[in-house]
Design a protein around this ligand. Structure first.
Ligand code: ADP
Ligand code: MG
Length: 702
């Protein structure tokens, strides 16, 4: 019966009724008591804290100030009028403004009477102002015995226009909890889990969210609800992974043989880093099992992913299988092909390149060798995916720069053998750990978190337009030393025309500052034909030009070790991870490299933080964490499908620890009770099935 009470339609709650009930439904999706219980405050105001006027800024949240009104006047405007009130304390003065209810306020304002004003300061005609604050006499304010933490709930314009405000919400929750006083709430977790992870009971957690006793209890309540939410997210991921393990059989590579061993002893041009060794071990483990490997290899630019991938390829060869490596662009494919060929040809390995520009004649030979098995490694672009490309016995697929390949394309690769081949996806876009845990919970993730020894870290500096002459001088010096330079312009869809003009203007001024015949310049942008682009890019790769002016098309993978300077124009307009990617184009040779971030004079707070972060660190994971905090998970690939964006309480960027606890709990549960058959896990099963169902129908709709 208790559960039924929670399903009571919202209009039956004291203080609601049919009219407001309809509004709560349409505006907030609150249909019954349970929905209201789960309508969470978006923040809390600390009612024990009072601000001084000189502490306020336009970014302050809700504040309380004690002071007095010194004068007020009504100002006529086009429509109606506004009431402007001078308010002061012993630190300064601020204006309070009302646009509505002026008559009512005016009647109650008393000059020089001590009052408490609460509201949110903002800039109005360049002056710090609080509009429509709550105002009450100090006497009355002190008479109320409020908990120091007051919840603030979301409001919409429509609700406000119907006089729904924080006081009304408060009344609703008082009525709701009075109604539910004797109701027992179903606990989700077994006593063991509740105890081990120090969770509150469901009822205590929900109560304290709406009526926090103190900050401690509030923290515990939030922790409990976040834990629950993340638990189901992790459970879903882990179940998906289990399903995959049963579903996708593949070929076990049982031997590590001559190709691998000979390469390791005779060809490996350097000692592997610790991280590379660890990752290689993880991959070997996967490949040895009769289950498809589905592994994401993350590693910052230059961390040496390719060599690890190559060694996995050699294991495939040792077991009589073929392997293929796909890159997102022709230039990258060619670079991979050349460097890998050099390393494996001494072993007697047959390796070939397949791209859109492979001639028909070469293709014929290639297809034949691929089908009779005499071709061991195929490197190439999307061309590899085409149905007519058939392998005799494909065992391993390496995909470089994962985000350029779609899911559908990857699925095609799976069909290239009777069982799907093992898959290793490499990406240089670091994804923070928490996010990886939820995005790729069903994928295994390896991380190379260490650069090869002796790498000089790139020096990053911030320069403003006024320093341009100095920057150009620096570029000349580097070119004199024989180095090459990138100058990159943003190209962002919304103002593509303007951006393009910036690029062309920039190109012109660079051409004037770096004249022929001493300096030669390449230019590459998205409006060029692919063939022209490749031509220009190749001139730079071969060292025939010293400066490459480009849009972000150069972001992915190009390797020109001789390039030592990366100048990024309008750097404030790029996202953090994109800036980091661009910077990774330099620092690939033995020379000291530089990244120069050019910006306009005035930067937004976010812009400043991005630039400072980049100047401070070269660590892609650290940068990714900041990026996640700044942008939220919404902009990161894959988040749409993961359910992360539907989280109500937890914040993927901040709740790292809770996520780890939740994952651990979910893992343990699946080990001990994989089908949730134990009585104590009954409620987990019910809720989990409910969630899976709602997710299913949701994905069918979209
Ligand atoms: P990325 O991870 O960006 O794909 P690469 O695989 O292209 O990086 O490696 C970058 C460079 O570092 C290559 O020239 C590679 O030969 C070199 N390299 C890789 N591993 C090591 C190592 N352990 N020691 C020294 N150099 C290495
Ligand atoms: Mg690479």
């Amino acid at each position: 019966m208790s559960q039924n009470l929670l399903k009571t339609p919202i209009e039956y709650l004291k203080g609601v009724g049919p009219k407001l009930g309809a509004l709560l439904k349409s505006e907030l999706g609150i249909f019954n008591y349970e929905d209201l219980l789960h309508f969470f405050p978006h923040r809390y105001v600390d009612k024990s804290k009072y601000y001084k006027i000189n502490e306020l800024t336009s970014t302050s949240t809700e504040v309380q100030i004690i002071g007095k009104v010194t004068q007020f006047r009504e100002v006529k405007q086009k429509r109606g009028s506004r009431l402007v009130v001078q308010f002061e304390d012993d630190s300064g003065t601020i204006e309070l403004v009302w646009f509505k209810g002026i008559k009512w306020i005016k009647e109650r304002l008393k000059i020089n009477e001590p009052v408490v004003v609460s509201g949110k300061p903002s800039l109005f005609s360049r002056k710090l102002t609080i509009s429509h604050p709550d105002i009450e006499t100090l006497e009355k304010h002190r008479a109320q015995k409020l908990s120091p933490l007051q919840p603030v709930y979301p409001l919409t314009e429509k609700l406000t226009s119907r006089n729904i405000n924080q006081k009304y919400y408060k009344k609703l929750f008082v009525n709701l909890f009075t109604q539910l006083k004797d109701t027992r709430f179903e606990e989700v977790f077994s006593e063991a889990i509740t105890k081990q992870f120090k969770l509150l009971t469901k009822k205590e957690a929900l109560f304290n969210l709406h009526f926090p006793k103190d900050i401690n209890k509030l923290n515990q309540a939030q922790y409990t609800l976040k834990f629950e939410e993340l638990f189901y997210l992790q459970l879903a991921m882990l179940v998906k992974k289990l399903v995959r393990m049963h579903k996708y059989k593949s070929y076990p590579f049982e031997n590590v043989g001559d190709y691998f061993n000979q390469f390791y002893k005779e060809q490996l041009p350097f000692e592997l880093t610790k991280a590379q060794k660890r990752v290689l071990k993880e991959i070997r483990n996967d490949l040895g099992r009769p289950v498809q490997m589905n592994r994401l290899l993350q590693g910052d630019v230059g961390s040496g992913k390719t060599i690890v991938a190559l060694m996995a390829v050699l294991i495939a060869l040792d077991n009589g299988f073929q392997a293929t490596l796909m890159a997102p662009t022709e230039i990258l494919a060619i670079q991979h092909f050349n460097s890998i060929k050099e390393l494996v040809e001494p072993l007697g390995v047959n390796i070939k390149l397949l791209t859109g520009s492979t001639t028909k004649k070469n293709r014929t030979v290639l297809h034949e060798e691929l089908e009779n098995g005499s071709l061991h490694i195929l490197v190439g672009t999307h061309a590899i995916i085409e149905d007519k490309v058939l392998f005799k016995n494909l065992g391993l697929v390496i995909i470089d720069e994962q985000h350029r390949f779609g899911v559908a394309q990857r699925a095609k690769v799976y069909k290239k053998n009777v069982f799907p081949p093992h898959v290793l996806v490499m990406t240089a876009t670091p994804i923070p750990r928490t996010l990886a845990m939820s995005l790729y919970g069903d994928l295994d993730v390896s991380v190379i978190d260490e650069l090869p020894a002796g790498r000089k870290s790139i020096k990053t500096v911030h320069k403003r337009d006024a320093n341009r002459l100095g920057v150009f001088g620096f570029i000349r010096e580097e070119i004199k030393k024989g180095r090459q330079v990138y100058i990159v312009y943003p190209l962002i869809q919304e103002s593509e025309k303007l951006d393009f003009k910036d690029l062309m203007d920039g190109y012109e001024s660079i051409s004037r500052s770096f004249p022929l015949p001493e300096y030669k310049i390449s230019i590459v942008h998205g409006k060029m034909k692919p063939a022209d682009k490749d031509f220009e890019m190749n001139r730079f790769v071969k060292g025939e030009t010293q400066i490459m002016v480009a849009t972000t098309v150069i972001e992915v993978g190009v390797n020109v070790p001789n390039a030592s300077v990366m100048v990024i124009e309008s750097a404030e307009r790029f996202g953090l991870s994109q800036l980091h990617q661009l910077r990774g184009r330099v620092g690939r040779g033995a020379e000291q490299s530089y990244c120069i971030l050019m910006t306009k004079d005035q930067l937004s707070d976010d812009g400043k933080l991005r630039i400072e972060t980049l100047c401070k660190t070269n660590d892609g994971f650290e940068i990714a964490e900041v990026d996640l905090k700044l942008r939220g998970p919404g902009d990161i690939m894959g988040t749409q499908q993961s359910g992360i964006l539907n989280l109500k309480m937890a914040d993927i960027a901040k709740d790292t620890k809770i996520m780890e606890y939740a994952r651990y709990a979910a893992q343990k549960l699946l080990e001990e009770d994989p089908n949730f058959t134990k009585e104590e896990n009954k409620n987990i099963r019910i809720k989990f099935e409910e969630l899976q169902r709602s997710k299913l129908s949701w994905s069918r709709i979209s």
